[in-house]
Design a protein around this ligand. Structure first.
Ligand SMILES: Cc1cc2nc3c(=O)[nH]c(=O)nc-3n(C[C@H](O)[C@H](O)[C@H](O)COP(=O)(O)OP(=O)(O)OC[C@H]3O[C@@H](n4cnc5c(N)ncnc54)[C@H](O)[C@@H]3O)c2cc1C
Length: 544
């Protein structure tokens, strides 16, 4: 096979939420030349643009890596799907477009782990700088940044009822999950442009700068490994168009392959636990036991409720209404196409002693079975809505390991969902709290029978059986190349791989613990912050 070569100041692996921001900042005037390598394609189909269509992208191997976990021991051996975006924009090109940051206390916990400069007050200026928020600039929001943040323009008719029930639970209702009171339940903003199109990290950070001479983008470039010489990353080996390529980096290699692929690429490069590498016949370049460990995703489950009013997606998805909505979306005037079928989202503390929100809540005016329907062809689908809940800060930890040294073989993933006792206790608490919410007077004229589970679990054993039979994750994997100061940390507080020079990991794999919100904004913020470190700039002034 032919080997071809090129040389650049920086090589960025993966054009996802973090990688696009990194490639943008490092290719700015005077910074250096950048090669951005992305294994997937352009990810610019119509389905990518329509926020409502996101679910159609999750299990298509052209748009998603479509991975699966190994049998999950806490789920009676059931395997879980692991959708990850494949193509320019990465997971931000297929995600639910929900845009928020979680609770400030999530980040203060990072700082408490010894990570100076990762508290919320220090990160807020970076969150603000990347945003062009519909509310304009103020102490909590940014304006003029690359990422358009828009409101949900067509809220569900269920929303006011659910928010009243939230109040009756004694939980906070917020009209701004990134404002003065970011905790509680409300409507999240979206990473969608003002015309209602998805704005992936690629759309926001790379599409406007493709003419920069300093930036070269290659799609269809599957990175095999990072090349290390004398303890320093000097380049990468990848395949593209049937050829083998070597690209050399004069300054740094930045690995932004995401929480599944970044540890996978490190392991293939000989960076990881020696014993594991040896068993696969990979020579250890640098013994780093934490690579691929500490993997965490939020265990979640849901139940479905019959809706007494015609307020769910069943109303909107009748073919004539749906067709009108698509015309409305195409004209850039919002409508249901411009957002997910969100009724209410957020995170709450179910117990006063919690330091940070412990339960994620998502109410959706649709179920996974919702689809466009034609009147006259059988009865209309029933009106149902879905109540989902997830453990905000799970204790279970999983791992990414290699199944083979061959880069075309998918890695082995196991989340160990619900293996920690604390997580099963918390998910039960989530179920019970939300059953209580549905029974509140505010929903008396809305919520009918619970249709899934078909019968109410009679006791704790049956409830556990139900939860273990339906539980999945929120598709927010992180932590597999943990940032920290302990022996299990893979990168330091500047995202440098510990013990090596010229190599950083910059993506959700470095988040040391879960955040209680949705991680795409955090992944972009991370890219912006670490680039200041790479370029030797002083950090932005922390918020007061
Ligand atoms: C189905 C789904 C729904 C979600 N919904 C939301 C939501 O509504 N809101 C939210 O905030 N978050 C959501 N998320 C999570 C969020 O999108 C991710 O946490 C975030 O995008 C992760 O960013 P990243 O930079 O770490 O990785 P990614 O964005 O996944 O980027 C990694 C990139 O690396 C590329 N890559 C991987 N391996 C290689 C290789 N060997 N060579 C070259 N390139 C490679 C990938 O193709 C990809 O483009 C969702 C995620 C999924 C999967």
């Amino acid at each position: 096979m032919t080997v071809r070569g090129s040389e650049h100041d920086f090589i960025v692996i993966g054009a996802g939420s973090s990688g696009c921001v990194v490639a943008n900042r490092l290719s700015a005037v005077g910074a250096g030349t950048v090669l951005l390598l992305e294994a997937g394609g352009t990810a610019n189909s119509l389905l990518h643009k329509i926020p409502l269509a996101a679910t159609k992208l999750w299990f298509n191997p052209k748009t998603s890596w479509s991975l699966w976990t190994d049998p999950e021991p806490g789920l009676d051996g059931r395997r879980l799907p692991v959708p990850r975006g494949k193509g320019l924009g990465g997971s931000s090109a297929i995600n639910g477009t929900v845009y928020n940051r979680g609770s400030p206390s999530d980040y203060d916990q990072w700082s408490d782990l010894g990570l100076d400069g990762w508290d919320y007050a220090s990160l807020l200026p970076y969150f603000r700088r990347i945003e062009d928020h519909w509310r304009g600039a103020d102490a909590h929001h940014g304006s003029g940044g690359e990422a358009p943040v828009s409101p949900l323009r067509t809220p569900s008719r269920l929303t006011p009822y659910v928010l009243d029930a939230v109040r009756q639970m004694g939980w906070p209702v917020t009209d701004d999950l990134m404002g003065e009171c970011p905790e509680g339940i409300g409507l999240s903003d979206l990473h969608v442009d003002r015309r209602g199109r998805r704005s992936s990290a690629y759309d926001a950070f790379i599409a406007p700068i493709t003419s920069r001479d300093a930036l070269e983008i290659q799609t269809g470039a599957l990175v095999h490994r990072v090349l290390i010489e004398d303890g320093r990353a000097v380049g990468v080996e990848y395949s593209r168009d049937g050829a083998r390529w070597i690209a050399r980096a004069r300054r740094e290699v930045i690995l932004s392959g995401g929480a599944i692929a970044s540890p996978e690429i490190l392991l293939r490069s000989g960076i990881g636990p020696t014993e594991e590498l040896t068993s696969l016949g990979i020579a250890t370049v640098h013994d780093l036991p934490g690579v691929g460990r500490n993997l965490t995703d939020q265990p979640g489950a849901s139940f479905e409720v019959a809706c007494k009013q015609p307020f769910t997606s069943t109303h909107d998805l009748r073919i004539d209404r749906f067709a009108r909505a698509m015309v409305q979306w195409a004209a850039g005037r919002g409508g249901i196409g411009a957002g997910p079928p969100m009724v209410a989202v957020g995170s709450v503390r179910t117990r006063p002693e919690c330091r940070t929100p412990d339960l994620r809540v998502t109410v959706t005016g649709a179920t996974m079975a919702s689809k466009v329907w034609w009147p006259g062809f059988g009865p209309p689908p029933p009106h149902r809505f879905m109540v989902s809940f997830a453990v905000a800060h799970p204790k279970s930890r999983g791992s990414i390991t290699l199944a083979s040294a061959d880069p075309s073989t998918p890695p082995r993933i196991v989340y160990n969902v619900l293996t920690a006792d604390a997580d099963i206790v918390q998910i039960r608490r989530g179920y019970r709290s939300l059953r209580e919410l549905i029974a509140k007077p505010a929903l008396a004229d809305i919520a009918g029978d619970i249709v899934r589970p078909a019968t109410e679990p009679a006791d704790e054993r049956e409830l556990d059986q139900y939860l273990r039979s339906v539980a999945g994750t929120t598709s927010h994997p992180m932590g597999s190349c943990k940032m920290g100061v302990g022996a299990d940390a893979v990168v330091d507080g500047e995202c440098r791989v510990r013990g090596l020079a010229g190599l950083r990991v910059v993506d959700a794999s470095v988040f040391p613990t879960q955040i209680s919100g949705n991680p795409h904004a955090t992944a972009m913020m991370l890219g912006a912050k670490v680039c200041d470190m790479i370029l030797g700039r002083p950090p932005l002034q922390a918020a007061a």
